[in-house]
Design a protein around this ligand. Structure first.
Ligand SMILES: Cc1cc2nc3c(=O)[nH]c(=O)nc-3n(C[C@H](O)[C@H](O)[C@H](O)COP(=O)(O)OP(=O)(O)OC[C@H]3O[C@@H](n4cnc5c(N)ncnc54)[C@H](O)[C@@H]3O)c2cc1C
Length: 804
């Protein structure tokens, strides 16, 4: 066994083997995979091997396509068959809402270049004769579905990697991980120790245990999963070609042919976790006792929908565990605070996703960037708040909803009110309907007196539409009050704080008492953050960013922090805030503060430590609504008092609470982008229209060489605003934008602009067509709607109101 390696991949399931293959293929030498037993001996060996490209996140869908297309390559590179059967798949809808869901999936597939088609029930029956038409209203046909042999795939990856020089050590268990001071690791196994530059935790069922060896509690949990194999089905035997893959969403079952019968798997509502706290090291190549009663309700629906299956009876039941992250997407990437410790776990669909996960992680390790948009899979989307109890509740919920529709305005109930701010109960008493972002409760909108604070889930405009409109109008004509706990906030302080921040951010740092807007770029010149930076004086900066990206940003910032001279800490628990926005916000604040708040004394983009309602506050004059506005921060214990003071003082000014839904509408009217929607690491500042915040005079900042090089070239696409000729449904994101029948871009956000009276969408469009025509089409729920590009924001395009 080697004593040194560049990388040790821990785990020889389909995911670890794929990571090994991609590292070796990219040319990394001295890469090793360590497996405690035989390859596949975790969850991989008993998988049903099904694969498809359908996924709620289009970026994950694209990786699934990559995975499926990769099988031919690894078969050729290894000489090992993967047992690939591309049969095509039929995804059956039993309700009109499900058809909306499928139409949306088809539309998203269109901009990704994935061929999927909506078909009628008759067409579905032609493709899959076992179905009873009475239970369905339509279907989505996906040519890129099928199944593989799980062991064949894993061995093909491993053999192909070996052919490229990688090593695989089977029957070798990692028992301890020791972080060295030189950023390397001592990987202690039961056969000896390997010193590794990097380690990859691809431990699957044992990913938690491997994480714990490095002091990390990963949010993954295994669930028991059952599928059955039927007896012989005469229609299957008589069929001239292999049966298609089928998902019956209403039955919550998936199916494929297995020999002369069918394999039927189900995600039952009352799913059962397996090994909730610790996974036994003795578990290997084992199945769990079957429990048919648990899946009987789903099977009964299946037998009704596909009567031939009932007649065939059940021949065999398989019950095996596999792991999930709280939202069902993989966990990949580096772990904040650890050097060269990577994870590739929580992969619940290894045969659809394993290839893409391996490619993304290998790119990330080699180039410092996954190469495409992996936000939905990044381990940093969870923070320390994602405790084992949270994970347990969310994984069960996610499992039970695997084939259910997640509506765009739906907030899921499990593990809720996990993180709240002091003002939570007060806002609840005022009719707040809450959502959770990064585990934190925040008000989405406020139900007026007499209305139940509950939002109907729908693809169309919901019962919140009216109240949200009222909230928006209050902000535009009077003053609105918004809790801003979902803004991440950090203090960067120390002798070298300015120099360091200036290198980290592409924008100009503000002078004392001022605020600046600053994109953050990676070495490739792509956007990895958009921050508001306030200079609090005395080598102290308050930096505000997206709350959902707190772990993501801290991972990057911490990794670049020098040993001395500057420190960064989160202010999220210490300081709580409210935004007051609207033409009467200055009047409101003046009633509560002795400070001079005149436009001369406190112009736009000022930051002051002043007294508000008798409290020592930090106040920034800034606005995400497009109105005159202030963000007021006070110590957490004073948040309720500040709230009450603002409400009392604002009553006769028309003050109204508003929530995230209204803020979304107001920012669309201003064409203001948002992190994770308009701003993501696949876009550069010029594409996103953030180049105006880049300080080109600075000698150095991360990403400068890359964007200087690209400055002379036209960016490939541009962020644009559209007015959409919508009916009762607005764009929500990821719909294709087309022109003359050709897809030329995609929507990043959409919604109704209540104060301009228009349906608005923001999205990226190929730069070559941006100026050619104003008329585009955006597909909403299967209908192509006329969309007119607006060169300027729809509301107050010169920004006079917020500066006023
Ligand atoms: C019944 C069932 C049906 C399924 N059907 C499908 C399907 O149709 N399609 C699909 O895509 N997916 C399916 N899956 C899910 C699929 O099995 C998983 O996505 C996949 O196996 C995950 O692979 P992995 O490599 O992450 O984990 P694992 O397969 O669990 O591999 C982890 C490996 O790491 C090794 N390991 C752990 N700790 C150590 C250590 N300390 N030292 C050395 N080695 C270690 C383990 O021995 C193990 O081999 C199914 C799962 C089940 C249970």
């Amino acid at each position: 066994m080697r004593t040194h390696a560049r990388v040790v991949v821990i785990g020889g399931g389909v995911v670890g083997a794929s990571v090994l293959y991609h590292l070796a293929k990219a040319g990394w030498r001295d890469v090793v995979l360590v497996e405690r037993d035989e390859l596949t001996s975790g969850s991989t060996w008993h998988a049903a091997g099904g694969m498809h490209t359908l996924n709620g996140d289009p970026n994950v869908a694209k990786l699934q396509e990559y995975t499926i297309k990769l099988y031919a390559e690894i078969e050729a590179a290894s000489g090992q068959s993967c047992g690939v059967h591309i049969t095509g798949g039929v995804n059956l809808a039993g309700t009109p809402e499900r058809m909306d869901f499928l139409r949306l999936a088809r539309a998203r597939a269109r901009y990704l270049g994935l061929a999927m088609e909506i078909i009628s029930v008759d067409e579905a029956q032609n493709l899959f004769p076992l179905l009873d038409k009475r239970y369905f209203v339509g279907a989505l046909y996906n040519p890129l579905e099928g199944h593989v042999d799980p062991a064949g795939v894993t061995n093909a990856y491993a053999k192909a990697a070996r052919n490229l020089g990688a090593d695989v050590y089977r029957f070798t268990r990692v028992v301890e991980l020791i972080a060295r001071t030189d950023a390397a690791w001592d990987v202690v196994t039961d056969k000896g120790t390997i010193r590794a530059e990097h380690i990859v935790n691809a431990g699957g069922l044992w990913a938690r245990e491997v994480g714990r060896m490095a002091g990390v509690e990963l949010p993954v949990l295994a669930m028991e999963h059952q599928y059955v194999i039927t007896g012989e089905v005469p229609e299957v035997v008589a069929s001239p070609s292999e049966m298609l893959h089928v998902i019956d969403f209403e039955g919550e079952i998936y199916m494929r042919q297995e020999g002369r019968g069918m394999l039927i798997g189900t995600y039952e509502k009352a799913g059962v976790p397996w090994s909730e706290r610790d996974t036994p090291w003795t578990f290997t190549h084992e199945l769990l006792p079957p429990d048919l009663d648990r899946i009987a309700p789903s099977l009964e629906v299946g037998f009704r929908h596909f009567p031939a299956l009932e007649r065939a009876g059940i021949k065999r039941v398989i019950n095996g565990p596999f792991t999930f992250a709280p939202d069902g997407n993989p966990l990949i990437g580096p772990i904040r605070g650890l050097s060269n410790f990577w994870v590739a776990c929580g992969v619940m669909a290894g045969f659809s996703q394993g290839g893409g996960v391996g490619l993304a992680l290998a790119n990330w390790m080699i180039d410092g960037d996954p190469g495409f948009d992996v936000w939905a899979m990044d381990v940093a989307r969870f923070g320390d708040w994602a405790s084992p109890a949270y994970t347990n509740a969310k994984v069960r919920e996610n499992y039970s909803r695997r084939f259910r529709i997640r509506f765009p305005n739906e907030e899921l109930p499990a593990a809720r009110a996990l993180r709240t701010t002091p003002v939570y109960d007060t806002l609840k008493g005022r009719g707040a309907v809450f959502g959770a972002a990064f585990g934190l409760e925040h008000a989405l909108w406020f139900a007026p007196a007499g209305m139940e604070p509950r939002e109907d889930v729908t693809y169309r405009r919901s019962n919140a539409h009216g109240p949200v409109g009222e909230e928006c109008r209050a902000v535009r004509v009077a003053v609105g009050l918004l809790e801003i706990a979902t803004f991440a906030r950090y203090e960067v302080a120390g002798r070298d704080a300015g120099t360091w921040l200036s290198r980290m951010l592409a924008g100009r740092l503000p002078r004392a008492g001022r605020i600046g807007l600053a994109p953050m770029l990676n070495d490739k010149g792509k956007l990895i953050g958009d921050f508001t930076v306030a200079n609090a004086g005395g080598d102290r900066y308050w930096v505000f960013g997206s709350g959902i990206a707190e772990q993501y940003h801290r991972r990057w910032l911490d990794a670049h922090l020098p040993a001395h001279g500057v420190g960064i800490r989160s202010l999220a628990d210490e300081w709580m805030g409210f935004a007051v926005a609207g033409p009467r916000s200055r009047e409101l604040l003046t009633r509560l503060s002795p400070a001079d708040l005149s436009a001369e004394a406190m112009p736009f983009l000022s930051f002051r430590a002043i007294e508000v309602a008798g409290m020592a506050a930090h106040v920034g004059r800034i606005s995400f609504t497009g109105e005159l506005g202030y963000e007021i921060w006070v110590p957490s214990q004073s948040q309720v008092a500040l709230h009450d003071a603002l409400v009392d003082a604002g009553a006769d000014l028309g003050l109204r609470h508003f929530g995230a839904r209204a803020l979304h509408s107001l920012r669309l009217e201003k064409s203001f982008g948002n992190w994770a929607r308009e701003y993501r690491p696949i876009y550069g500042p010029a594409e996103a229209g953030l180049d105006r915040f880049v300080d080109w005079t600075k000698a150095d900042f991360i990403g400068l060489p890359a964007i200087v090089q690209g400055r002379s070239e036209r960016p490939p696409r541009r962020l644009c605003t559209f007015v959409v000729d919508a009916a009762d449904a607005d764009a929500i994101g990821d719909e294709p934008i087309s022109r003359g029948g050709e897809v030329v871009g995609w929507v990043t956000s959409g919604g109704y602009g209540h104060c301009v009276g228009e349906s608005i969408a923001l999205g990226y469009v190929q730069a070559s067509v941006v100026d050619e025509a104003q008329a585009f089409e955006i597909e909403i729920l299967g209908e192509r709607r006329r969309a007119v590009r607006c060169a300027r924001p729809l509301y107050d395009p010169d920004g006079l109101k917020m500066r006023g």
